[in-house]
Design a protein around this ligand. Structure first.
Ligand code: ADP
Ligand code: ZN
Ligand code: ZN
Length: 830
């Protein structure tokens, strides 16, 4: 039997399966998706089995055997292995990078070198006595690292003994993290006999007697540590009881459960509103049919999307199928988790980035071992190893965090559609402000022809219980200034805040800080502190008074005078939220503010803690960045204020209007979700901008119409798709020459395929190559950067074109090589 193995070397040369012989002992166990250790270039490497075959083209004499099988249950399933291949094709990354993205970090094993005595006689003669003694006394094989750490002076003799064959070496893959096992104390069968034996224990064994008594009282196994803590006894006493056969000491597998000890109040399904019922029955029908179908659930904030998700999942489970729920990382707050755990209890695994590697591994194992049927998590939960998926839900589908920024640069939404096709599952994309791509695909089936499928549009235009959308007032800050108000609060927002304080209601304040960083500027000469290695300004960190580069990590002390003109008028622009907080304290003495931004949420669980405090009404104002806009549901929030809506409008990003509209709509949706009516105040310097005008009216359709017009005129998605190719090298002339050749080769191939046509040409299939031009950040980590953008429309496999053109550019000596970074469907191209 032959195993086809993708080895863990992320290079284009090795990115294909290699053949290995499967030893007899492994045949029953090895499957597609198994993780193995295989000899590769003189080492042992971790790899994944991507196929099994009876025969191979390779000379049998050269065929090497698989050296180890790493898990009794394969961590990956055949459908995931196939999905990884698709990922690597579509996103132009290696197959192994795609496979690695699917497993928890704990399973990224590392090779470890082991040594043992091979020739006992020779060893007795050649090895230093203490080394020999230690080796004989140890297990059969010892880690080479451990041996050298203990006997640093014997590296020479060890090397010699390995060469002569006195010692033998073996490599083995070790996981970075293992299943956690806990020493646990059991009472043996026949408690009565134990009780009798206890009475007969000698008087000096009082401690042992107490331990036994406590164990009999418990009547259930107790972890050793807990027992010792409880009784003050010693491990030696327990061991001595175990030797007498009165207790049993055994390792037991345990779960690192991040939600252990937390009670989730169970909830029952709510009777659905007519609007919910219509949508729910559609979803139910699709799940029941088992035919893949993507649906856009376009529901305004507070329309009850989550209840529809919950009942759809319930139906899915009743069909003995599993469900995956993706939510933006930021929404994985206890509020969201509570709603799912409350409905489905222990059937839910939660995967988010704040888990430790161990916790994450254990949650993942619950999925793989079929102990849960629902996985809720951020982006990578789309790879949850379920075997029969009936439903995939992506909440807030427009969120940019569904796109991974590092390789594989996948979009979870597109992966979901693909995975659903493998399983015959339903995909529900939920949002109050769908991305233009999704909305276009759902409203015009033809538009999504290149995905080979249509999407259905399921609207929920009304809030539950007929609650009105909160009224939004837009304040023109230029007018405020004219009237002599220089504060960052308009008079209306000031008055509204004062009213909330008086009534004991709560407010949420959003400082839209996207793209705004804290920097240093000289007021006299305009000097700004920039990184010496990257073309980007340094960021000021108030806590350490240091200037830091976010790209390469370069740090320096903030200067007291301007390095350019020696003026003392050098200004540090600290975090905006801090300033707002100070201003609030000045205007409303005694006001209780919870500030939520990158500075206050670095610690584990700090995000949750802050929200909990706010939920318990321990603060009047929740002030923060984008984090406060999403998914929160607090009944006493009746005012939402946006300090400056423009920051995200002025970014050179073709999605800036869309992002602004989404943010304003989301944050407005936080107000008045319950019995108390809400109100929203948006401060801006461009009140006439359509993103702000339409957000004020809660008019998604009007926004989309206007935005589609702009996108069409400029040739941006959803009218085309994009691939961004960034190339970098330390030497500018070399880089520039290679980039020109690359772009020319790309155009030539497209021409050859008959698709090199202007997008404006009106043909169904068209492709343009823009560039090369210098990247917006033209130098990073001392490497120059250029970019090309491919715009294309229609049924063209543009990724395949890029992969083909790339081949000759990624061969040759590494120091001459230009680094290529491919971003398919990029979020930002600037
Ligand atoms: P969305 O996710 O669309 O913003 P939610 O699912 O959070 O909306 O629902 C908003 C509020 O309405 C929540 O407090 C929820 O408990 C309540 N709700 C949802 N569906 C129903 C229903 N069928 N009957 C009564 N209340 C409901
Ligand atoms: Zn200066
Ligand atoms: Zn830098």
């Amino acid at each position: 039997m032959i195993a086809k193995v993708i080895v863990d070397v992320p290079s284009r040369q090795t990115d294909r399966p290699f053949d290995y012989e499967v030893p007899l002992s492994m045949r029953k166990w090895i499957e597609v998706g198994s993780r193995v250790g295989v000899p590769f270039g003189g080492r042992v490497l971790q790899g994944f089995v991507t196929g099994l075959a009876e025969e191979t083209d390779i000379d049998v004499k050269r065929l090497k055997p698989v050296s180890e099988l790493l898990d009794p249950v394969p961590p990956l399933l055949p459908d995931l292995v196939e999905l990884a291949k698709w990922l690597s094709d579509k996103y132009c990354c290696s197959w192994t990078t795609a496979l690695q993205a699917m497993i928890p970090a704990a399973l990224k094993g590392k090779a470890e070198r082991l040594v043992g005595i091979q020739d006992e006689e020779a060893a007795a003669e050649e090895l230093p006595p203490e080394l020999l003694e230690w080796l004989v006394g140890s297990a059969k094989l010892v880690k080479l690292d451990a041996l050298l750490a203990r006997f640093p002076n014997y590296a020479g003799p060890v090397k010699a003994a390995l060469r002569t064959g006195t010692l033998a070496e073996q490599t083995s893959i070790r996981d970075r993290l293992a299943v956690r096992k806990v020493l646990t104390v059991f009472v043996p069968e026949g408690a009565e006999e134990v009780r009798e034996a206890m009475v007969k224990l000698p008087a000096r064994a009082a401690k042992q007697r107490e331990l036994l008594a406590r164990m009999l009282e418990h009547g259930a196994p107790v972890p050793l540590q807990a027992l010792l803590a409880e009784t003050g006894g010693s491990a030696a006493s327990v061991r001595s009881l175990a030797d007498k056969g009165l207790l049993i000491l055994r390792e037991v597998e345990t779960q690192r459960d991040p939600y252990a000890g937390r009670e989730f109040e169970r909830t029952a399904p709510l009777p659905l509103t007519a609007g919910q019922e219509e949508v729910y029955s559609r979803i139910r029908r699709v799940i029941g049919e088992g035919v893949p179908q993507t649906m856009l659930l376009h529901g305004v904030t507070g329309s009850g999307k989550t209840e529809v998700y919950l009942q759809s999942i319930q139906f899915c489970l009743e069909q003995s199928k599993q469900a995956i729920v993706l939510v933006p990382e930021i929404s994985l707050t206890p509020q969201m988790v509570e709603r799912f755990k409350g409905r489905f209890g222990d059937a839910v695994a939660v995967l988010h980035s704040r888990l430790s590697n161990g916790e994450r591994y254990d949650e993942w194992r619950k999925i793989r071992n079929r102990r849960v049927q629902v996985a809720i998590g951020a982006r990578s939960a789309i790879f949850a190893p379920f075997e029969r998926i009936g439903l995939i839900i992506i909440d807030e589908e427009h969120e940019s965090s569904y796109k991974q920024e590092e390789s594989p640069k996948y979009h979870a939404r597109d992966v979901a559609v693909r995975r659903a096709r493998q399983h015959g599952a339903a995909v529900v994309l939920g949002s109050a402000t769908p991305s233009l791509e999704t909305f276009a695909a759902a409203s015009r089936p033809q538009a999504s022809r290149d995905q080979g499928r249509e999407q259905a549009l399921l609207p929920m235009p009304d809030r539950v219980g007929g609650r009105p959308m909160p009224p939004v007032t837009v304040v023109d800050m230029r007018e405020e200034l004219k009237e002599g108000n220089r504060s960052m609060f308009s008079r209306l927002l000031h008055r509204s805040l004062a009213e909330r304080l008086e009534r004991g209601e709560q407010s949420v304040l959003l400082l839209n800080r996207r793209g705004y960083s804290t920097f240093v500027m000289c007021r006299s000469c305009g000097y700004t502190a920039a990184c010496p290695h990257c073309d980007i300004s340094l960021t000021y960190h108030q806590k350490t008074r240091a200037l830091r580069c976010h790209y390469c990590g370069h740090a320096e002390q903030a200067p007291a005078t301007c390095p350019a003109c020696e003026s003392e008028h050098i200004r540090y622009f600290g975090t905006g939220t801090q300033k707002v907080e100070e201003e609030l304290a000045k205007l409303f003495p005694g006001i209780r503010v919870i500030r939520m931004d990158v500075d206050t949420t670095t610690e584990k669980n700090s995000h949750e803690k802050l929200l909990k405090q706010f939920g318990e009404r321990k603060a009047d104002v929740l002030l923060g960045t984008q984090m406060v806009a999403k998914g929160l549901d607090f009944p006493y929030v009746t005012l939402v204020g946006v300090i400056a809506a423009d920051t995200s409008l002025n970014l050179p990003d073709f999605r800036s209007a869309e992002r602004t509209f989404q943010l304003l709509t989301q944050v407005a949706g936080r107000a008045g979700r319950h019995h108390l009516p809400g109100e929203v105040v948006v401060q801006t310097y461009s009140p006439e901008h359509y993103a702000i005008v339409t957000a004020q009216k809660h008019d998604y359709a009007a926004f989309v119409n206007e935005e589609l017009r702009h996108r069409g005129a400029l040739g941006y998605p959803p009218y085309c798709r994009l691939i961004l190719i960034t190339m970098s090298h330390e030497q500018l002339p070399l880089l520039s020459a290679v980039c020109d050749r690359f772009a020319a080769a790309l155009r030539e191939l497209a021409e050859h395929e008959g698709v090199l046509l202007p997008l404006a040409s009106g043909f169904g299939r068209a492709l343009e190559v823009l560039g090369p031009v210098a990247s917006p950040i033209a130098r990073m980590k001392d490497r120059y950067r250029f970019q090309c953008v491919i715009k294309y429309r229609g049924n063209i496999d543009a990724s395949a074109l890029v992969r083909r053109v790339l081949v000759p550019f990624t061969e040759g000596p590494p120091q001459r090589q230009v680094q290529f970074s491919i971003d398919v469907d990029p979020q930002v191209i600037l």
